[in-house]
Design a binder for this molecule. Structure first.
Ligand code: UDX
Ligand code: UDX
Ligand code: ADP
Length: 529
């Protein structure tokens, strides 16, 4: 019989560890879950009303498990006492960051496993009884072997069952993804003890239908997580490559995506053309796979995947060049409004955001940028710019609302698909009217982009659009961020002629903006004016 997990420790209180453990604790009132981190500030924030990350519905879940608002004995804890939490736990998740290495062998491509290794050493040093150790972080295929070696060397008297259980949540929809996962993946060795540990972990996911819990060998599990992210990134690069052909021929990218996506062998999701994908995972994971292939002397395989990242850089550069060209190839002292800085909507995460690269290229041409994002702080924007293009700060101002950023702008550039930038005005009859008209979750999703001419293909089924999700108290200065809309009529009055809009996310209704006097350039479509 598999042992029953009573206490869980999660090392790493970031985007993965925090939301995942909040949901596990919420769904398992009988399991005590302690999330630990080296960062005192992060742990303090998790204990407060101002959580360190913004995620729709996260605060409500944390309140239930952490504070017992449903009457339970609180079972979600946050601590910097890593050793105690490790020793008390039966099962330990490793959910630390695995960024791209910046120096040494594989610099710029390989995953940096220093944090994983340090977590493993902490486990080996603090544990006084047998443990199930679970890799949550995305790691290169073979990492479980390194863990085994570390445990064997540092704590040979104890038995560690190593499992792989990668997390597939996407930011901005993390809670829905955790509550309704496509699958839970558990990788283990073939022996009975390892399988029994896998069963104990499977029981933690008591809210997930059993047929969605997939058990495979541990190497498949490690590689499957990397492969899934790489295949998703590859779809975006593929559709983005086609957007360049569309712009040159008169074909329309959204019509293309709709038609192609209707083939069930292809499917309609992750086919939204954009000015480039961002986020902490896609580039890192594709490069990690490239490095693995190179290490195995599989040159052609490496080249195939490398092209996914190359194409993404090309797409970002292409968008920046298009803007520059429309402004007569000189941006010197021209004011350009940038709407959106987060790498996608409903997060304040900016890691690898396409906005950073594109802003850097516009600044290099001499532009003055006026930036607005509903959730990202001014400090974050300056930090991002500082690392991407030092000395950029004199060319940038950050504004508290979109219309202020647009005053006297020679061009308005949309970089994030925030609902706020859509052309369906709050209070107008179209607002929200068409939400949820989708009949097939796995196909085309019609969302509340009702006024938009787009095909109805959205990046994903987005639960935050279905319920009016309010952010946690104290964490958001802009509580109406999901229902607010900018007034494009007003923007038309404050920008410079010829009122250029560059829609890097295809969120606005170009015809509607044209009727207000704008000239709109979108991704993979003809100019509209
Ligand atoms: C293809 C398209 O499927 C079809 O929609 C189009 O109209 C014509 O081209 P076809 O070439 O007849 O059809 O067969 P398909 O089933 O797509 O297979 C093409 C090749 O890919 C075959 O050699 C098949 O064995 C191979 N294949 C297919 C794989 O190797 N793996 C797969 O998962 C699917
Ligand atoms: C991704 C995976 O989706 C998730 O399963 C994995 O666990 C972590 O990496 P995330 O990076 O949070 O999640 O967001 P995702 O929605 O996949 O978007 C990544 C980037 O691609 C964003 O910049 C997004 O705007 C862009 N994107 C996404 C597109 O340009 N087009 C699309 O169709 C979908
Ligand atoms: P992810 O997006 O993968 O969740 P994050 O960077 O958001 O990555 O979170 C990873 C967290 O792991 C950070 O808060 C970091 O401080 C923490 N961390 C890294 N190494 C250790 C360690 N050895 N012990 C405890 N926490 C760690």
């Amino acid at each position: 019989l598999p042992k029953t997990v009573k206490r869980i420790c999660c090392i790493g209180a970031g985007y993965v560890g925090g939301p995942t453990c909040a949901v596990i604790a919420k769904q398992n009132p009988d399991i005590q879950v302690t999330v630990v981190d080296l960062s005192e500030a992060r742990i303090a924030a998790w204990k407060s009303t101002a959580l360190p990350i913004f995620e729709p519905d996260l605060y409500e879940i944390v309140e239930v498990a952490r504070d017992g608002t449903d009457g339970r004995r609180p079972n979600l804890h946050f601590s910097t006492d890593i050793a105690t939490a490790i020793d008390e736990a039966d099962l330990i998740f490793i959910a630390v960051n695995t960024p791209t290495k910046t120096a040494g062998l594989g610099a710029g491509k390989a995953s940096n496993l220093a944090y994983v290794e340090s977590a493993a050493r902490m486990i080996a040093e603090a544990a006084t009884s047998d443990k199930i150790v679970v890799e949550k972080s995305t790691v290169p295929c073979g990492t479980a072997d390194s863990l085994r070696t570390i445990f064997a060397a540092l704590a040979p008297h104890l038995a560690f069952d190593i499992l792989s259980n990668p997390e597939f949540l996407a930011e901005g929809t993390a809670i829905n993804d955790l509550l309704n996962p496509d699958r839970i993946l558990i990788g283990s060795l073939k022996d009975a003890k390892s399988k029994s540990a896998a069963e104990a972990l499977a029981q933690v996911y008591n809210w997930v239908p059993r047929n969605r819990i997939v058990t495979v060998n541990i190497w498949s599990s490690e590689l499957a997580k990397l492969a899934a992210n790489c295949m998703l990134a590859q779809r975006i690069s593929s559709i983005n490559s086609l957007s360049a052909i569309c712009e040159a021929t008169g074909a329309e990218i959204e019509e293309l995506a709709q038609v192609v996506g209707l083939d069930v062998r292809i499917g309609g999701r992750m086919l939204k053309a954009s000015a480039g994908f961002g986020g902490s995972c896609f580039k890192k994971d594709v490069l990690s796979l490239v490095y693995i292939a190179e290490s195995l002397h599989l040159e052609e395989v490496a080249l195939h995947w490398k092209s996914v990242v190359d194409l993404n850089e090309y797409q970002k550069g292409r968008f920046a060049r298009r803007i520059t060209r429309a402004l007569h190839n000189t941006l010197a002292n021209k004011r350009i409004a940038i709407l959106g800085w987060a790498y996608k909507k409903n997060t304040r995460d900016t890691r690898e955001s396409a906005a950073i690269t594109i802003a850097g290229q516009l600044i290099a041409e001499g532009a003055q940028l006026a930036i607005y994002d509903p959730l990202v702080s001014e400090k974050q924007i300056f930090d991002d710019l500082e690392s991407a293009c030092p000395n950029a700060s004199s060319s940038v101002k950050v504004y508290p609302d979109a219309s202020a950023a647009c005053i006297d702008a020679c061009a308005v550039v949309i970089m994030t698909e925030w609902d706020e930038f859509k052309t369906d005005y709050a209070g107008s009859p179209t607002f929200g009217g068409m939400a949820n008209s989708s009949t097939d979750d796995h196909h085309l999703t019609s969302t509340s982009t009702s006024a938009s001419s787009d095909s109805g293909i959205d990046m994903q089924d987005d639960p935050s659009e279905k319920s009016a999700v309010l952010p946690a108290p104290g964490i958001d200065d802009n509580p109406n961020y999901s229902t607010k809309r900018i007034d494009w009529r007003h923007i038309a009055a404050v920008v410079r002629r010829p009122r250029l809009v560059f829609d890097g996310r295809n969120v606005v209704d170009s015809d509607m903006l044209a009727s207000l006097g704008f000239r709109v350039q979108s991704i993979g479509k003809a100019d509209v004016f």
